[in-house]
Design a binder for this molecule. Structure first.
Ligand code: DX5
Ligand code: ZN
Length: 218
């Protein structure tokens, strides 16, 4: 069973103090950082892109960068994200892709791990042909685009399906995950936990990260 890791999302943080915000989360025990990249097209919002991530990387070396690419054309950003110091490139199956296998290969050639994410309305079985070629599957537990939304517990059937059929797979969940909803994620079989506003707003970040990790490890 793959290791439980907690990846805070900085989306709801103070983006004008991005380095400090990230360092504070790393000091609080974050296992990796989840960076939400939005292009205003795949989702109706804008966040940060590779120029900002590249600057951030100059200040923070000792943490894994997980880029969640909520973009219409994921092929377009592979080289620049790799060059910016991104370790994992997760694209959405619903974006514009000519050839998924080719996209996976290009990401690997750029020395990044590969993730594929699906939105709440997407059938989990559509991931099946690619699972053995990738590092992570991302099950969205909210509609992507904004932090601070409500967790969708129905998505746990997707997590269970992957855990049953691909026992060693890394399964990441993202959206609305708090100390109240993390238990369901762990029970269903998720091992990579993204949490944004719950950790950003917490007054005891290291304790909450530890509690989340403990809940998933059980
Ligand atoms: C949503 C993003 C998530 C989200 C997490 O589009 O992919 O990473 O910001 O934030 P919370 O935990 O606040 O839902
Ligand atoms: Zn995300």
């Amino acid at each position: 069973y793959p290791k439980a890791l907690i990846g805070p999302s900085i989306l709801s943080g103070d983006l004008s103090s991005l380095t400090n915000e990230c360092k504070s989360l790393v000091d609080a025990g974050a296992d990796y950082l989840h960076l939400d990249v939005m292009d205003g097209h795949f989702v109706p919002n804008l966040t940060i892109g590779h120029p900002v991530i590249k600057c951030l990387r100059k200040h923070i070396q000792n943490i894994y960068f997980d880029a969640h690419m909520m973009v219409s054309n994921p092929k377009q950003w592979i080289e620049s994200m790799s060059d910016a110091g991104v370790n994992q490139y997760t694209f959405h199956l619903e974006s514009n892709i000519d050839n998924v296998q080719e996209l996976i290969r290009k990401i690997k050639e750029a020395n990044m791990n590969v993730g594929i994410g699906i939105k709440p309305d997407t059938d989990v079985k559509l991931l099946e042909p690619y699972i053995n070629d990738i590092d992570v599957v991302l099950i969205m537990t909210v509609e992507p685009g904004f932090g601070g939304q409500k967790f969708m517990p129905d998505m746990m059937t997707k997590v269970k399906w992957i855990r049953e059929n691909f026992p060693l797979m890394n399964i990441e969940v993202d959206g609305g995950i708090t100390l109240q909803t993390v238990d369901k994620c762990g029970e269903a079989g998720a091992n990579l936990i993204v949490s944004g506003s719950a950790l950003i707003d917490s007054k005891q970040r290291s304790k909450d990260i530890e509690l989340m990790r403990h809940s998933v490890e059980e």
